[in-house]
Design a protein around this ligand. Structure first.
Ligand SMILES: NC(=O)C1=CN([C@@H]2O[C@H](COP(=O)(O)OP(=O)(O)OC[C@H]3O[C@@H](n4cnc5c(N)ncnc54)[C@H](OP(=O)(O)O)[C@@H]3O)[C@@H](O)[C@H]2O)C=CC1
Ligand SMILES: CC(=O)C(=O)O
Ligand SMILES: [Mg+2]
Length: 765
């Protein structure tokens, strides 16, 4: 993607559909007059009075305990400099988003219109009663030091300047790990620090706490090396002034073991890197552009350990890995401070986590085959689901041991469960799917590429590396739309009705005729049918000219299912295809089957639907826990509708004893593990979190998934076809661009799995 399109995409992302990145969402019911009389006057007076009696009750009755203020005055915004409070707001909203998605912490971002230290401190102190913690952000040095010091002294809630300590914690963890890889001792290494601002000073102090020696450190600011004999140095700069008679970065880098950049973009050259000692460690952390570009650095030295603050290269050393988890731990024990012990605990937890085997889910999320502790993986990745269960408990324990926790945790296992529970998993599954697709992108034919939304989706699929689109439809329309959306790639475009397609069309027609001539199809019929996009696209897939197919955006479901079934057909052993919908609910992913095809399946067919759903869930990397739904529970009704489900369960328990499946069950029991455990402790599902519901008929499955979608605003992926011989997936009429992209990712992963199955077949025989 060009720089210009990236810029446009970033602006559009921030502007649409609603300006900005965060909003306030009520957490209590507000539907009735009764609800409002509790939420507001007169009911609201009761908690007010309780808090007035004892101020600690504010944690009991308000959101304070989970609310952090992200506060800036815009004087050192990333590496963009002093761009003012309003211009800093996108970054502060971004921090709010990260706090929420990584640690379920709510944020108000507050941009303060003053550069005066006293007035800034006064503002923060005055608003502090609202918050459980204060995260100071992008405030320039030296003011940042005084602001943080005084606020820590004067407030009894945790205050942390993220650019100082968040960065120090992450980079210290990364540095300790990098040094262990190259077998160097922190006490011995020569370190160059570019930058002498908030981040640089605090990072260097922490490295010293871990053993780095002042005499081995050279720090530079915008004027060059900070020498002892330089005039008018700030207190912080004096702390790191060197006695060496050098002035430039060039000179400082000679034989240095470590370079830490917390300054500005592009000030380090390959020549400087070449002058460093063997196995140099280079953390170029200026944002958004590092002190030296990643590719330039790694091509300058083979033995380098290279990190940047960015997410698009290995080793992202960025405070995003710190602030959400550090505040989570601090808030959960209601710490009065974030102290040295808590910071050291966070460093150790992060450094150790990087050495643990990486869960497959993380490999998939980052499109990696296998992340392994080493030069390209010195620090955990932000989307690592283990972070939430590792860093906050370490921080909370340190707070308790160092005496700053006012609400100590007693049951650590329960706390870890709560942390996992907080994170839910609504979006993760989509990320996993997309990243799994990216590992081995496949050729996907979009059978309706002459529709704007389908084409837009194809563009995203191509640009994200999810798949290689083949665009099918009216060529002149496709070309015109491509120009409109600046989709200038040289992709294959096929118009089945054009002369160019005649030869292939005739070949497909003949193949189709041969397979259906005993079902009343003539060669002429076949040639006519092939001019219809879904027959043509299906034959492309059937003949291996593409790996997967997406259609259905502009046609009714049955009108697409028919050509697909007539050409591609079902997987061996499948008598009827079915569909499942993946619902991205707040309690996690939930599959619902069969949502689109079988009106009233028999017990045997229902069992098959469950088996196929089980297979597809594994494709998503999930461990299936399946409930067979009815209006009755375990034999409570002898009505044939209920006994049909019972029979399906009995069949499956016999044929697939390893499947975690049971029923028949009512939906509320299926979705409530505690109720299930209490009433039906004998069930295979007792104590487990059900993630798939197989409904007894189409009426119930279809209505339920649509109810969830419409009433609870639950996003859905699907209907995903089950039981087709090849990866073909049919969209809902008028699906959104996002839904089409997700389905394309499903199709690519399906193609990968089917390819794997074919590859493994001879081995099984
Ligand atoms: N990856 C991460 O997680 C983080 C990265 N950063 C990055 O670190 C940088 C600094 O942030 P922060 O400390 O908050 O900002 P500050 O404004 O507090 O500090 C900036 C420092 O950079 C120095 N500087 C400017 N130009 C040069 C130069 N040519 N050579 C050497 N030093 C120079 C300044 O020198 P002087 O003192 O003379 O003005 C100042 O000391 C930014 O790019 C920011 O994005 C910050 C926090 C986290
Ligand atoms: C990451 C960050 O906080 C910064 O660059 O300022
Ligand atoms: Mg910052």
């Amino acid at each position: 993607m060009s720089k210009q399109s990236k810029r446009r995409e970033a602006l559009l992302y921030h502007a649409k559909p609603k300006p900005g990145k965060i909003q306030v969402v009520p957490t209590k019911k507000y539907a009735t007059q009764r609800d409002l009389s509790l939420a507001y006057s007169p009911g609201v007076a009761e908690p007010c009075l309780e808090i007035a009696k004892d101020v600690e009750n504010v944690y009991k009755y308000t959101a304070k305990g989970n609310l952090v203020a992200v506060i800036s005055n815009g004087t050192a915004v990333l590496g963009l400099g002093n761009i003012g409070p309003e211009a800093s707001k996108p970054v502060m909203e971004g921090k709010g988003l990260l706090f929420k998605i990584f640690a379920d912490i709510d944020v108000f971002d507050i941009e303060v219109g003053t550069e005066n230290v006293d007035s800034f401190i006064e503002t923060v102190k005055n608003i502090a009663p609202t918050f459980g913690g204060i995260n100071l952000e992008d405030i320039k040095a030296p003011e940042a030091f005084e602001i943080e010091r005084r606020l820590k002294e004067e407030l009894d809630i945790p205050v942390m300047h993220d650019d100082q300590h968040g960065t120090a914690i992450i980079s210290a963890a990364a540095l300790l790990n990098a040094l262990s890889i190259v077998n160097k001792k922190i006490e011995k290494v020569k370190i160059v620090i570019s930058g002498a601002g908030a981040a640089a000073v605090s990072c260097t102090r922490l490295y010293k706490a871990f053993g780095a020696k002042t005499e081995n450190i050279v720090m530079l600011d915008s004027k060059g090396v900070i020498r002892k004999d330089r005039e008018t140095l700030s207190e912080e700069k004096q702390e790191f002034a060197t006695a060496r008679k050098i002035d430039t970065l060039d000179e400082s880098m000679k034989n240095a073991d470590v370079f830490v950049g917390l300054s500005i973009a592009d000030i380090v050259t390959p020549k400087m890197l070449k002058s460093m000692a063997k196995d140099p460690i280079v953390f170029a952390m200026a944002n958004p552009d590092p002190e030296i570009a990643y590719d330039l650095a790694v091509s300058a030295r083979k033995d380098i350990i290279m990190a940047t603050g960015r997410s698009d290269h290995p080793n992202q050393v960025n405070n995003v890995l710190g602030f959400p988890f550090i505040f989570r731990g601090a808030l959960d024990v209601r710490a009065t401070k974030i102290n040295e012990a808590m910071k050291m605990a966070a460093v150790k937890a992060l450094a150790e986590l990087a050495k643990e085997p990486v869960p497959e889910q993380v490999n998939i999320a980052y499109g990696e085959t296998k992340l392994l502790f080493g030069k390209d993986y010195i620090i955990p990745k932000p989307f690592d689901p283990r972070l939430i269960a590792t860093v906050p408990p370490a921080v909370a324990k340190a707070a308790m041991e160092s005496g700053v926790a006012t609400a100590p945790i007693k049951d650590w296992d329960k706390y870890v469960d709560e942390l996992y529970e907080r994170m839910g998993s609504d979006n993760k599954i989509v990320r996993l799917l997309v990243n799994r697709a990216k590992i081995n992108p496949k050729r996907v034919v979009f059978a309706e590429a002459d529709h704007l939304d389908v084409l837009k989706a194809a563009q995203i699929v191509f640009e994200e590396g999810i798949g290689i689109p083949v665009l099918l439809g009216r060529k002149e329309v496709i070309l015109e739309l491509m120009e409109q959306i600046e989709f200038n790639e040289d992709l294959e475009i096929i118009d089945p009705k054009s002369d160019e397609a005649t030869e292939t069309l005739n070949r497909y027609a003949e193949m189709f005729w041969k397979s259906r001539r005993r079902s009343g199809v003539t060669l002429y019929d076949a040639q006519k049918l092939m001019r219809e996009r879904n027959y043509y696209a299906s034959m492309m897939l059937n003949e291996g000219d593409v790996d997967a197919m997406i259609s259905g955006y502009s046609r009714s479901y049955p009108s697409v299912v028919r050509p697909v079934l007539e050409t591609i057909g079902k997987y061996d052993g499948v008598s009827k295809v079915a569909t499942t919908n993946l619902m991205l609910t707040k309690r996690g992913p939930l599959f619902i089957s069969d949502t689109s095809i079988n009106i009233d399946p028999t017990a045997k067919e229902l069992a098959k639907i469950a088996q196929m759903t089980n297979y597809t869930m594994k494709m998503f990397g999930l461990e299936p826990v399946i409930a067979m739904i009815s209006y009755a529970n375990f034999g409570s009704s002898k009505d044939p509708h209920a006994t049909k489900v019972q029979e399906a369960v009995a069949l499956l328990h016999k044929s697939n004893p390893d499947m975690i499946l049971d029923g028949e069950l009512q939906t509320d029991f299926a979705l409530n593990p505690e109720m299930l455990q209490k009433k039906f402790p004998f069930s295979k599902l007792a104590g487990r979190k059900v993630n798939a519901l197989i409904f007894p008929n189409l009426d119930s499955a279809n209505s339920n998934y649509k109810l969830l979608k419409e009433l609870n605003n639950v996003e859905s992926i699907g209907p995903i076809m089950l039981g087709m011989r090849k990866p073909v997936h049919i969209l809902q009429l008028g699906a959104s661009v996002e839904e089409i992209v997700n389905m394309a990712a499903v199709a690519v992963v399906d193609a990968q799995q089917k390819e794997k199955r074919i590859r493994e077949q001879p081995k099984r025989q």
